[in-house]
Design a protein around this ligand. Structure first.
Ligand SMILES: [Zn+2]
Length: 195
């Protein structure tokens, strides 16, 4: 467990899922609980919940904001995305914001199969096209798309190999709508975008 006075950045590992349950401002990645936003980590010993509290004022996504989110659900028409941060982490969300990514906004060209482009629990970078009454996202541009995907067989983080993603653990190839800088660690990506 880490020091509660220490500030954490999105992607930083707070603890393992064996020690704590993921609370607000966190997400699960394999066996780890990671910070979804920059702030102070809190560890609730009674309920065994790890959470992160932002130091910034809560923000709401606006049109043209670049957001990072986790795909929480995917069906033939769209993906549901839980937004983690706005504009690379310099505007934090106090409450969970859900957004929709419609199939026609996933990748350029005529794509019909949402599950061929994204999978649940992946982290994507997307742009906001509508803020109210519901948040709508697009990942059509080259810099938008998945930035962290997992092997569907063994859950390892996939690596880029040519135009595809590849699992070094079980030698499986998969394809996604990748962001053009896929492979940058999520936290590094956030940090770089703040410079
Ligand atoms: Zn694998």
């Amino acid at each position: 467990m880490m020091d509660e006075r220490q500030l954490v950045m999105p992607g930083d590992i707070l603890s393992t899922t064996e020690e704590y349950l993921p609370g607000e401002g966190t997400y699960e990645s394999g066996d780890d609980i990671c910070a979804a936003l920059a702030g102070e980590p809190h560890f609730d010993e009674d309920n065994k919940v790890a959470s992160v509290v932002s130091r910034n004022k809560p923000a709401v996504p606006e049109i043209d904001d670049i957001v990072y989110g986790i795909i929480t659900n995917i069906n033939p028409k769209m993906a549901t995305v839980s937004i983690l941060t706005i504009n690379g982490g310099n505007r934090q969300l106090a409450v969970e914001q859900r957004a929709n990514l419609h199939v026609s906004e996933m990748a350029p060209g005529k794509n019909t199969k949402t599950k061929a482009m994204y999978k649940e629990m992946e982290i994507i970078r997307a742009k906001v096209t509508q803020a109210t009454p519901s948040i709508q996202l697009t990942t059509l541009d080259p810099e938008l798309g998945t930035i962290k995907a997992y092997c569907r067989r063994c859950r390892e983080i996939l690596q880029v190999k040519g135009q595809e993603l590849w699992c070094a653990e079980c030698d499986t190839k998969e394809s996604r709508k990748m962001a053009d800088n896929y492979g940058l660690a999520y936290a590094d990506d956030i940090r770089n975008s703040r410079k």
